[in-house]
Design a binder for this molecule. Structure first.
Ligand SMILES: [Ca+2]
Ligand SMILES: [Ca+2]
Length: 177
């Protein structure tokens, strides 16, 4: 089997991003504009997000819709924001297949919606809110296997519900720093 070079991988990622942006210009012009402004590194991160919805037997239009449900929640997505988003998505990929199944995706959307309201009462995440989300999933990954399993998710949900999340996560990031 031939191994793809880094350059070929990058070329594939670019084609994937171009196809996504072309379709998104019609389907969600505002999102297409902010994603279209990403530099090359940001586009590779975008390809990383798009790849989570590949190869699940979904039609391309459905894949784009799923990807946009995530990307549309990021306020003015930047390359840095997409790096954090990819790190968070890694924690949600419980079966480790680098794809998000319906359950994994719905947990992701649930968390994005909660963290979108942390610092500003709206439906989109600032970079700061994304960073808080990343801190939370890292903190609640108690066995440090870089996956948020069901028990860990339940503890995270409980901490959100009883309002202790930010004192807990705040403390942990303060001690780590
Ligand atoms: Ca998965
Ligand atoms: Ca874990």
């Amino acid at each position: 089997m031939r191994v793809m070079s880094r350059i070929e991988l990058d070329e594939n990622a670019k084609l994937q991003v171009e196809a996504f942006l072309d379709a998104t210009r019609e389907e969600d012009p505002g999102l297409a504009r902010s994603l279209g402004a990403l530099d090359e590194k940001g586009q590779l991160e975008l390809a990383g997000v798009l790849g989570r919805f590949d190869g699940r037997g979904l039609a391309p239009a459905q894949q784009r819709l799923m990807a946009r449900r995530f990307l549309g929640r990021l306020r003015k997505p930047t390359g840095h924001g997409l790096v954090i988003a990819n790190r968070v998505l890694d924690y949600l990929d419980r079966d480790g297949d680098a794809r998000l199944n319906d359950h994994e995706a719905s947990v992701g959307l649930e968390l994005l919606d909660i963290f979108a309201r942390v610092e500003s009462d709206n439906h989109s995440l600032s970079e700061r809110e994304l960073e808080l989300l990343e801190g939370a999933v890292r903190f609640f990954d108690r066995d440090s296997n870089r996956v948020l399993d069901e028990g860990e998710l339940q503890r995270l949900r409980a901490a959100i519900k009883d309002g202790t999340l930010f004192s807990t996560v705040g403390k942990s990031t303060a001690t780590k720093a």
